[in-house]
Design a protein around this ligand. Sequence first.
Ligand code: GDP
Length: 468
Amino acid sequence: SSITSGLSRGIESATSGLSEALFEPVIRLGVTGLSRAGKTVFITGLVANLLDRGRMPQLSAHSAGRIDSVWLQPQPDMTLPRFDYEGHLAALTGDSPRWPDSTRAVSELRLSFRLRPDGWIAGLTGPRILHLDIVDYPGEWLMDLALLDQTYADWSDALLSRMARRPEAAAFLATARAEDGALPLVEARAQDLAALFTRYLGDARQSGWADCTPGRFLLPGDLAGSPVLTFAPLPRPASTARGSLWVEMERRFDAYKAKVVRPFFHDHFARIDRQIVLADVLGAIHQGPQALEDLRRIMADVMAAFRPGRNGWLTALLGGRRVERILLAATKADHLHHSQHPALTAIMQAMLREAKDRAEFAGALTGAMSLSGFRATVEETITRDGRPLDCVRGRLRDGREVAMYPGRLPDDPARLLSPARQGAESWLDAEYGLMTFEPPLRMSRRPGEGPPHIRLDRALEFLIGDRL
Ligand code: GDP
């Protein structure tokens, strides 16, 4: 063993990049989902529970004693923002606990494992190192993939006709129709149009409409205010000349594709090995059938990005590489008593099945589950009208601690998901909407235990258990 480690040290100093690839493999884990899905909370809970593994019994490498140590390291991508793990954990577990700031752009965190070999090889080699690079990025950005196949004229046409049926678009459409795209560009007018378009996208999202592209309009990252985000769909004028409003908008749309969408897929997406897609299904169920139906469509679109062959440019970029494992997870499961978790998981399984029905994920392992990145409630059974009721108890913003019965999810997800079911049946009680729990004030935590969660260990086992 001293010979091999001496040898590896020698090679390492000679070619550190090569030696990393050979001796210290890296897994890139993508974490995505629409905004408010729970990405930030998930990553913070996951990292805290990996650093302190007291609550990770379902992670087999841990229960088998193979994990020697886990620590945070400077990430390899020098120009990417670091995921603010310490800040987010301090928000959740400080003296006045609060939810951390949500994901607004791409960020990254490197976690390294020192693993003890087991079996016959244990006596022959020393511990091995594995790096886990967690990449957090908005699901909205993934949906831009569909733009790559479209010209500005096609995109404008299709979008304007969709918008014509939506009340949220009235203000934008009135302004856009009054413009003559053949006239020379006036920058202030372009900015007004882009601002109205952005407002429409925000309102449409609020009302639960599925399409929210271009993704950077809602989550601009560091591009806010740049020309590449100062465009909007316009009716095509009879003639287009250089310098006209329409031609300038077309240029910006093309720049958005070339300078924003493609680099994102090239720099981040194409390098992902394993992926978790998070969804706030309970929130959508509570909002009603329309919101749930839209979430279902969005999830199918998001998942479509992981199917090779859908987009020629992306297929060429990936060059045969693919995401090896994809997990679809419903977050915030701590809003439900565990007796209802199977029903929530069944909904995710139905969504996954639908995404798979459209096309196979060529060889990728897929799974669905429900989890909570940071458990804000405890379970409690109360008696109401003489009968036992399975509740969760948590802390409200005003400081009160209350027990909530959220209502009962149907055991058969088809009853929720079938498009035929557009009657205004409500599955979650009014109580559900009233209760937004804050992170708990006093967490029961023994030394060596991360913050409470639901099934983070199982999620990790699915995502990278084979490599630990
Ligand atoms: P992101 O936009 O995907 O990064 O979403 P966040 O992780 O910031 O989560 C959005 C909000 O959802 C949080 O501020 C919390 O209010 C809530 N949330 C997220 N995860 C959980 C969870 O595990 N339990 C509970 N009770 N609430 C959660």
